[in-house]
Design a protein around this ligand. Structure first.
Ligand code: FAD
Length: 446
């Protein structure tokens, strides 16, 4: 082991953090998981990433790759292995002003991206949280506040540069290594460490954003009316409904409809949002014009010992009424999970099914349930959660892997249609036949 480390040191310009070191405590954990890795490597350059990969291979230890560290399964850390933490590779650079091409380091967060692009009136369709990583979110999908107008984060990707399992630097785009480019857009961190993402950014203005709250008793009608409205609403409107938040009263908590209207025209925004206001008794409405970079929120780091179990699914148009009926009953039940329902469709659905490995183009909605608490609380809640998912199963399809804590083979099988998984496995075999990059929703080499 130490010989692998001695080989690494002269090649490595980044930080090597070991147990007992000053930074080890914070460096050893990802946002949602504690760990006790033997080494946390923080590369400062692409060459360092290559050296880190060689070290992981030579040491024979398990490898975790950490972008923003927000993965629900805690993929960003491990026990006794190597963590490559990309947080120093976070530069955001506009490399082609006319085509609005932005190059982003593999360890940047969406807050860093939004802040860097704001002075140029640009933005990239991403997520809702500043501290979430560009890496994890994009490599699986990216469902954020501009998703109905500009698609997933990965739909705006034009190229990646990654370090493969044999420590080579490879570029993938529609023109170069096109099959790898297909695979990284939905196949997660299975194929290598992305050191740079290149996106097409879109022009942005301030946006109308906020929360419209309704009484819990109106959940069923608000949900159905919301989904009906989103079906024909302008694509500039993206919306998420949250309910049963245990920190706001559980089943008594208000139904919160969050809206983001991509544009600063007050009249158009009102036309898009007012039908939502008419869905029930408005308890609170704080929708206002805000800079896009300000609508992303800070993620919270739960205290050690607190677990989050998140599970998700997609809903096609025909199943929307039944799924929302079940979810409304779930919300009114005793000690429900937190439920968040996101509008997708629109620009997401215009991309052909086989253009990327993200395989849920037909869905109108994506929703997630989350239970949160110390292990005994989470364990006690599991049977009820299983029963809920048993009721939902006939009406939903697929899983959004970015909202999925479980990661056994059968969980991964539910993420991809069989044909997509097979195609990913072939690419995996080509770029990572030894499955070095296994700390993820793992596609096994064919
Ligand atoms: C508070 C919160 C809010 C969220 N909001 C949204 C949202 O609005 N929309 C949405 O779509 N998702 C959202 N998510 C889900 C989020 O997209 C996933 O948790 C995602 O995995 C986080 O990425 P990360 O880089 O921060 O995580 P990490 O734990 O660092 O990484 C997760 C996985 O991605 C791989 N990975 C990360 N970076 C790279 C890289 N550069 N190269 C290769 N592999 C890499 C890792 O190996 C790991 O397998 C949210 C999650 C949280 C906790």
């Amino acid at each position: 082991m130490s010989s692998a480390l001695e080989t690494l040191r002269p090649d490595f310009g980044g930080d090597i953090i070991e147990p007992g070191g000053a930074e080890y405590e914070s460096a050893s954990r990802s946002v949602l998981a504690s760990g006790s890795p033997a080494y946390v490597l923080r590369p400062g350059s692409v060459g360092d990433v290559q050296a880190g990969v060689r070290f992981a291979v030579d040491s024979g230890l398990p490898l975790s790759v950490r972008g923003g560290g927000h993965g629900f399964p805690g993929f960003g850390t491990n026990d006794g292995g190597v963590v490559i933490d990309l947080s120093r590779l976070a530069a955001v650079e506009i490399v082609d002003k006319d085509r609005r091409i932005v190059r982003i380091g593999g360890g940047a967060t969406w807050g860093q991206v939004a802040a860097a692009l704001a002075p140029h009136n640009l933005a990239i369709s991403s997520g809702d949280t500043k501290s979430v990583g560009v890496g994890g979110l994009t490599l699986i999908g990216g469902i954020g506040w501009k998703v109905r107008k500009y698609g997933l984060a990965l739909d705006n990707l034009v190229a990646v540069e990654l370090v493969t399992a044999d420590a080579e630097v490879v570029r993938a785009s529609a023109e170069e290594n096109a099959e790898l480019f297909w695979a990284v857009r939905g196949g997660g961190g299975n194929f290598g460490i992305v050191t740079a993402f290149e996106f097409t950014a879109h022009p942005t203005t301030d946006v109308f954003f906020g929360r419209i709250a309704f009484p819990a008793a109106e959940l069923a009608t608000v949900l159905q009316g919301w989904a009906d409205h989103l079906r024909t609403a302008p694509e500039a409107l993206t919306s998420i409904v949250d309910f049963a938040n245990p920190f706001a009263g559980g089943r008594e908590a208000p139904v919160e409809v969050h809206v983001a209207f991509d544009g600063d025209d007050a009249e158009l925004a009102a036309q898009a949002i007012d039908p939502i206001r008419r869905l029930g008794t408005v308890l609170d409405d704080d929708v206002a014009l805000k800079p896009y970079a300000d609508i992303l929120v800070d993620g919270m780091t739960p205290p050690p010992g607190i677990q989050l179990v998140t599970r998700s699914a997609f809903v096609d148009e025909d199943s929307v009424p039944e799924v929302l009926r079940i979810l409304a009953e779930v919300g009114a039940s005793e000690r429900p999970p937190i439920v968040a329902v996101r509008s997708v469709g629109a620009a997401v659905a215009r991309v052909p099914d086989d253009a990327t490995a993200y395989a849920h183009r037909r869905a109108e909605l994506m929703f997630a349930t989350t239970i949160i608490g110390p292990a005994p609380v989470v364990d006690a809640a599991r049977p009820a959660l299983e029963a809920i998912w048993g009721r939902l199963a006939p009406h939903v399809n697929g899983v959004y892997a970015n909202f999925l804590t479980a990661h056994a083979a059968e969980d991964v099988a539910a993420i991809y249609p069989a044909g997509t998984y097979q195609r990913l496995a072939v690419v995996k075999h080509q770029y990572d036949p030894g499955n070095l990059f296994a700390g993820n929703h793992n596609v096994r080499p064919e």
